[in-house]
Structures are given as structure tokens and as C-alpha cells.
Write a protein that binds this ligand. Structure first.
Ligand SMILES: Nc1ncnc2c1ncn2[C@@H]1O[C@H](COP(=O)(O)OP(=O)(O)O)[C@@H](O)[C@H]1O
Ligand SMILES: O=C(CO)COP(=O)(O)O
Length: 580
């Protein structure tokens, strides 16, 4: 997708950096050098500076803040900042205790950050540098002298380093902790498409990721990974493939960290920027489950979110940190998990209350027992007659699904027909099952439960309200009248409609399902004649053709509607089936 609101890459980077100072008052921004820094830092503690190309936000500037980075330097999109920028950044947060420089293992970063480091050292600065290399996609052979790329593990290194510095560790200790973390990190990504860099020509070409394929291990600058996979695999299979790349010690080309189920493992699932929160959440959940199911690994910490992106990359990455070892430095035992748990003011860090190691959820889900609150009916109904009537009604509705879908495609979002059909099929399954009962009160409640559990959207809600209230009405009327006949059904419908009125302002003339339902209930309550009532519903539906919609999605479509309201067609179909 090469559509952007802002196409000037330089403006993008600077404005994005400024946004961080807007949301975090402890930060300042040097716009000219594109440096975000924590201005209240303690000059007696080690400062941590990182940075790299833009286009990976929130990495790095959103990780600036007390307890994490002291400063971050941004280059242009997908390009390393200059050594002058880095030099300035180090100067901006110089400290008596020294500075740790963290960069990702990309040639530009290594060179520019390295040059700045060397220049700073000539001024007598106490300064160290580490390069994060956690990507396993490009194995040892292909990686050659360049080595592994830096991916989401970088953020973990930011956090443990920042926390150690905040705890007062000396520079050598902070650097050793950073190096230890780097040596215990493995990451891999998967992407459905390349990303377009704002301001650049459209990059679609014959090598672009095709619609039916994905790139396993794609880098965060559109670099190739280990292979293309087509057709796109099921997510469980893809995750298993990715976990194998991370954990398979038999793969000598990429077995970088030997992680066993006895280890303390931190899992980071990272959204590369373009996955919906919905889809990403599902993926993160599956990664956790498959890691445990296939490897017996239950992470002691799980981080999930958008931490390092590739612009709006349609993909995700998995990072594992082997956090078992404790480091004994400066007379203290340093735990990577404790350092990850330490608080920070950096807005990009997905802080959650640290759970005790291996804690389990203590609360069990409340379970609503089916219909234990339903009063037993004093009288039985003609079970077969009612079953057949319901079957006729549901079959009639199912037959109408295509036309309802056609109308809702014009007047709504096209899902009304399938919603109603799904509900009808579920009701049919119930009435044909041995659960179907001659107790009219229980039967009405079970129908309401089936409707509620199988229909969604507006229709699902309205039908569930109606049928639960209908069930309440049946209970009241059967106990009052000690009989089950059309008078009871009609009275229950009236009670149900009165309840529905409390949840929707829809009345006759608003072009909704109520244009069929209200005439039906009125006629049925008056005559107890389902045939007359079905006719009234049919007529009400027909009138919706010329109505101006006042509720539902149809209001967005405008006045040119000539089809009847799909919801009303659904109601009329249900009743028509009963009248057969
Ligand atoms: N506020 C409302 N009150 C009563 N009926 C409504 C209302 N809004 C929509 N409807 C009915 O719902 C039908 C659409 O159902 P459905 O597709 O489930 O809705 P959605 O797609 O909005 O979830 C409409 O044809 C109309 O009959
Ligand atoms: O985004 C980048 C790394 O942060 C780009 O690095 P290079 O300049 O080495 O390509």
C-alpha cells in the first residue's frame, strides 16, 4: 500500500519525534539533529543512547525515558543517522559514569555509531558500544561477515541496559548485561508484503511479495529473509516453522541460542506495524500456545505489541530471550527478568504488572448453568405441533436468505441474511434434538439461548432481547392461565415487543424489522390468528420499500432505496412459516 497522509519523509521523521515530547513531558527533542532525550537524567549514572534509521517506530525514540534509554538518534527512513548526529546525542546526555551506545547490526549503523564512538573516546569519554544481532532468518553461511541483523531483541537490550543503569550499575556492568542479553536472543519475522517508503517511487516489481505468498524472515527494510512460502500457510504451521528456526539445535546454520524447556524464557511477539490489533492479538496467543505445546516452553514473561516496526509492515516477529543465567557483577546478582520488570517512564514499553514467576490464574471462569432458574411449566404443550411449526418457520426463513442478503447488500452491510440463516439453522438443530421439550417455558428459554448464542450484529441483539422477553412472557402467562395456546403465545409476543421498545426507538415507518414485527404482534394479540398476523407483517414489510430509513446502516445509504428492509423481510418470513 503506497498511500500516505504525509509523503515528505523528512517532515515525517521530525514531526514523529516531536510527538514523543508532546506525550512525555520528561523528554526534549533536538529537531535539527533528530535526537530525543530524557532531560532530567542523573549525571552520576550511566546513560544509554541508541538509534538508527527511522521507520521502525516506536523504536528507538519511544523507548527514551527514565529507566530505559537516555537518548535516541534518528536517521532518515531506513537510513542510519550520521556520526555527527550520534556524536551530538552522546554529548547531549554525557555522564560522569559513562555512556553505553546500543545500535543494531546494520552496516550503516555500525559505521556511523562506531565513528562517533571513536571521536568521543578521543575526548576521554568513558564509553562502550554494543551491536544487537538477533535475527536467525539469515543463517551463518548467508550472513557471512555481516552477521545477524538486529530485530526486536534490540528493545529488550534497551530495557535491561536502561534498568541496570537506573539501578546504579557501572558502565562495564551495563555493557556486560547488554552483551549477555544479545548473546541469548533469537528473533525471526514473517511478512505478507514489502512496505512502501513515503516519498519514494512505488517499489512494486516482479520481486515483490505476491498476493498468495509470504516472506519468512523478511528484514525490517524489505530485505529478503530465508524463503518465500506460497500459498500462504495456516498461521499455526507458520508459527511452528518460525519456532523451529528459533529453537532447532540441529540446524547448525542458525542454532544460535540453545533454549530448553527448563530455561527461564521471555517471549516477545512484535507487530511489524501493519497488522490489526485483532489479528495480532490472535497471533500472539497462538505463539504462546504453540511454544508450550511443541516445546514445553512456558515463558516467564510475555511481551506483545508494536515495539519495532517496518513502517506499516504486514507481518510480525517472534523473539525469544533465554533469561536463565544470573550475572554476578559489582557484588550483585543481576537477573534479566528483574531488569525487564523494572519500571520505566518510556511510553513505548508495554508495561504490565510483573506476575510472580510461574503464577497461574487464580480465578476460574464463572459458569452459567443452562436454565437452572427456569420455572417448570404447570402444563405441557403439543410438542410435535410446535416442533413442526418451528421447523416450517425456520425453513421458510432459510429459503429467504439469498433475497435478504441481496437487500442488505444494497441497504446495509450484507450480513443480515447470513445472520438470520445462522440463527435459523441453530434453532432447527435444537428443535430436532432430544433437548426439545414439551415444557413451553423451558422451550421458549432454550430458543432464546440458541438465538443469543448463534446470532450477532444488530439482528442478533434485537432477536435475543425479543425472545428472552418472549420466554419471560410465556412463563408468566402459562402460570397465570394454566394453558398453552395462541392466547399465551400472543400475549408473550406483546410482552416481548414492549421490552424491545425499551432498547430501540424503532417504530412503524422507520424502515426496520419493526415495520413487520409491530403489525404482526398487534394483529396476533387482537385476533390470535397467525394467518392474519402473517399478512399484516407482509404488508408492513412491503411498505418499507418507500420509507426513508431512520435507523440502522440504511440511513447511510440515502433515499434512493427501493428494496424492502431486509430485517423486515426476515421477520415476515419467520411468521409466514408459522402460518403454513
Ligand atoms: N435500531 C434498530 N431497531 C430495530 N431494527 C433495526 C435497528 N437497526 C437495524 N435494524 C434492523 O436490522 C437489520 C440489519 O440487521 P443486521 O445486518 O444484523 O445489522 P448490522 O449489519 O447493522 O449488524 C435492518 O434491516 C433493520 O431491519
Ligand atoms: O534503519 C536502519 C537501521 O536502524 C538502516 O541502517 P542502514 O543505514 O545500515 O541501512
Amino acid at each position: 500500500m503506497d498511500k500516505h497522509f504525509i509523503n515528505n519523509p523528512e517532515e515525517l521523521v521530525v514531526e514523529s519525534l516531536k510527538s514523543l515530547t508532546a506525550v512525555n513531558h520528561t523528554l526534549s527533542v533536538n529537531e535539527h539533529e533528530k535526537i530525543v532525550y530524557y532531560h532530567d537524567y542523573d549525571k552520576k549514572k550511566v546513560t544509554i543512547i541508541s538509534g538508527g534509521g527511522a521507520g521502525h517506530e516506536p523504536t528507538h525514540a519511544a523507548f527514551v525515558g527514565k529507566g530505559m534509554l537516555t537518548a535516541a538518534v534518528s536517521g532518515s527512513i531506513f537510513a542510519s543517522p550520521s556520526s555527527k548526529q550520534v556524536y551530538t546525542g552522546i554529548e547531549q546526555v554525557k555522564s560522569d559514569a559513562g555512556t553505553l551506545v546500543i545500535c543494531k547490526n546494520y552496516t550503516g549503523d555500525i559505521l556511523h555509531f562506531g565513528m562517533a564512538l571513536e571521536r568521543q573516546k578521543t575526548t576521554g569519554k568513558n564509553i562502550e558500544m554494543v551491536a544487537v544481532a538477533d535475527d536467525v532468518a539469515v543463517g551463518r553461511e548467508k550472513g557471512g561477515k555481516v552477521g545477524r541483523r538486529g530485530l526486536a531483541g534490540t528493545v529488550i537490550v534497551h530495557k535491561v541496559s536502561g534498568a541496570a543503569a537506573e539501578a546504579g550499575a557501572g558502565l562495564q556492568t551495563v555493557a556486560a548485561i547488554a552483551r549477555h542479553a544479545i548473546a541469548n536472543l533469537v528473533s525471526i519475522g514473517a511478512s505478507l508484503a514489502h512496505v512502501h517508503v513515503p516519498g519514494r517511487e512505488d517499489t512494486d516489481n516482479e520481486d515483490s511479495v505476491k498476493h498468495n505468498e509470504l516472506e519468512l524472515g523478511m528484514g525490517i527494510h524489505n530485505e529478503p529473509g530465508c524463503r518465500r512460502i506460497s500459498p500462504i500457510p495456516k498461521i499455526d504451521d507458520l508459527i511452528c516453522d518460525m519456532l523451529k528456526q528459533l529453537l532447532d539445535q540441529n540446524d547448525k546454520d542458525r542454532a544460535y541460542v540453545n533454549i530448553q524447556k527448563s530455561d527461564e524464557v521471555v517471549l516477545l511477539v512484535n507487530n511489524l506495524g501493519g497488522l490489526s490489533v485483532l489479528e495480532f492479538g490472535a497471533i500472539a496467543s497462538k505463539v504462546k500456545e504453540l511454544l508450550e505445546a511443541n516445546y514445553g516452553i512456558k515463558p516467564v514473561r510475555i511481551l506483545a505489541g508494536t515495539l519495532i516496526t517496518s513502517l506499516n509492515g504486514l507481518g510480525f516477529s517472534i523473539t525469544l530471550l533465554r533469561a536463565t543465567d544470573r550475572l554476578n557483577l559489582e557484588g550483585k546478582e543481576w537477573s534479566l527478568v528483574d531488569l525487564l520488570d523494572a519500571p520505566t517512564q518510556a511510553t513505548g514499553w508495554p508495561y504490565t504488572e510483573p506476575a510472580p514467576l510461574n503464577s497461574v490464574n487464580k480465578l476460574s471462569d464463572v459458569e452459567i448453568k443452562d436454565n437452572t432458574d427456569v420455572i417448570k411449566s404447570p402444563v405441557a404443550m403439543n410438542k410435535e405441533a410446535v416442533r413442526n411449526a418451528i421447523i416450517n418457520s425456520m425453513n421458510t426463513l432459510i429459503e429467504q436468505e439469498p433475497i435478504i442478503t441481496k437487500y442488505d447488500t444494497i441497504a446495509g452491510d450484507g450480513d443480515c441474511g447470513t445472520t438470520l440463516k445462522r440463527g435459523a439453522e441453530a434453532v432447527l438443530e435444537y428443535v430436532k434434538s432430544d433437548k426439545f421439550t414439551d415444557d413451553p417455558i423451558l422451550m421458549a428459554r432454550q430458543i432464546a439461548d440458541v438465538v443469543e448464542n448463534n446470532m450477532d450484529g444488530t439482528s442478533g441483539a434485537l432477536y435475543a432481547i425479543f425472545f428472552h422477553s418472549f420466554a419471560k412472557g410465556v412463563s408468566e402467562k402459562v402460570q397465570e392461565l394454566k394453558k398453552v395456546d395462541t392466547e399465551v403465545w400472543a400475549a408473550a409476543c406483546r410482552i416481548a415487543l414492549d421490552t424491545l421498545y425499551r432498547y430501540t426507538p424503532a417504530r412503524v415507518g422507520d424502515r426496520t424489522m419493526c415495520d413487520a414485527l409491530i403489525p404482526f404482534v398487534d394483529e396476533y394479540a387482537k385476533s390470535h390468528d397467525v394467518h392474519k398476523a402473517a399478512k399484516a407483517a407482509e404488508e408492513g414489510t412491503e411498505k418499507t420499500k418507500t420509507m426513508k430509513a431512520k435507523l440502522g446502516r440504511a440511513v447511510y445509504v440515502g433515499d434512493e432505496l427501493t428494496v424492502p428492509d431486509p430485517g423486515a423481510v426476515g421477520v415476515a418470513s419467520i411468521i409466514k412459516g408459522f402460518a403454513k
